[in-house]
Design a protein. Structure first.
Length: 330
């Protein structure tokens, strides 16, 4: 009698084994439902975030969009207004004045802030001792209460007893009514925002600087590049993604500024706390939104302003992103 070769016997599939594998394959869950069954504990662990976002983010946003097409004082019945709120918004000169104020304060505060933050990060990256102390000192302003900071800056820019006017008197320059003149108001608010966010962006820049390989700097030194040439030829190209992030975040933060102007310029001299000081010089678009919504009880128009602010932030973020990306491709 001939017997099968050992290799053939070893490789031949066992009927029982084949049936067992087929049974297990058929019993295993497949597709999307199977993934949910296997990982339901993970989905349950992250579900609180999505539930909170649904309740306090998505639903309010949807309601505000619905409200933008209504007339409502917050208590009575709603009245459908169609696009009239947005048509009035386009012709509202005070809204556009608030937009201009916001852009001016943003430019005066954000551009110097990012430059100072980048220089500070470069200096901090080259420091040898006490790096942890410096990082803590830089980051403290960003976690300090905006209200407390605004009160301090109100004292610094005070007309009678402010530190700024004391310095001006020392060097023989006449005093400036910082919080009573339009340009002085913008300087004060921009200075507050610069002080508050410089350290935050410096820490982000520092994290980006520490990811740049040291071999690039060594190659630049071998090629005879000095510190300035190395900065513009090595550091800046490698830092473009980080710079893009800080520019977009700073744009969103600057265009949504509220507490700085509201606390710094809030008064009891007959003006609304959302008026932005004399001549509305410090009234940002968010302050104007609060004034229309809570002072005038016009919730429908306030919702239209809120969506206009959203569109302005999106447009400027896209412009910044395109500018930085174009420079990177170039």
């Amino acid at each position: 009698m001939k017997t099968a070769p050992a290799a053939a016997v070893a490789t031949a599939p066992s009927p029982a084994g084949t049936a067992g594998r087929a049974g297990r394959a058929g019993a295993a869950p497949s597709g999307h439902k199977g993934g949910i069954r296997r990982h339901w504990r993970l989905y349950a662990a992250i579900s609180p975030f999505y539930l909170l976002f649904l309740c306090f983010g998505l639903v309010p946003a949807g309601f505000s969009l619905f409200l933008a097409f209504q007339r409502w004082d917050g208590l009575g019945d709603m009245e459908y207004a169609g696009l009239s709120q947005f048509r009035y918004l386009l012709a509202d000169t005070q809204f556009w004045d608030a937009v201009v104020n916001t852009l001016e304060i943003w430019a005066m505060g954000t551009l110097p802030m990012l430059f100072i933050a980048l220089v500070s990060a470069v200096m901090l990256n080259s420091a040898v001792r006490f790096k942890g102390v410096y990082r803590f000192a830089y980051f403290v302003p960003s976690v300090t209460s905006v209200v407390a900071v605004a009160v301090i800056f109100g004292s610094i820019f005070s007309t009678s007893f402010g530190l700024m006017n004391a310095v001006l008197r020392t060097v023989g320059i006449s005093e400036v009514a910082w919080l009573n003149e339009p340009w002085g108001i913008k300087v004060a608010v921009a200075a507050l925002m610069t002080w508050q966010w410089t350290g935050y962006n410096a820490i982000i820049f520092l994290a980006g600087l520490q990811t740049i390989p040291t071999e690039l700097y060594e190659a630049a030194r071998v090629d005879g590049a000095g510190p300035i040439r190395t900065f513009f030829s090595v550091t800046m190209p490698m830092m473009r993604p980080v710079i893009l992030f800080t520019v977009v975040v700073s744009t969103i933060t600057g265009l949504q500024s509220f507490s700085e102007s509201q606390v710094l310029l809030g008064r009891n001299d007959g003006l609304s706390t959302f008026a932005g000081g004399p001549e509305h010089a410090g009234q940002t678009v968010v302050l104007y939104f609060f004034q229309q919504t809570f002072d005038n009880n016009d919730f429908g128009y306030g919702a239209a302003i809120a969506w206009a602010i959203f569109m302005i932030v999106v447009v400027f973020s896209l412009i910044n992103w395109r500018l930085v990306n174009r420079r990177e491709k170039g």
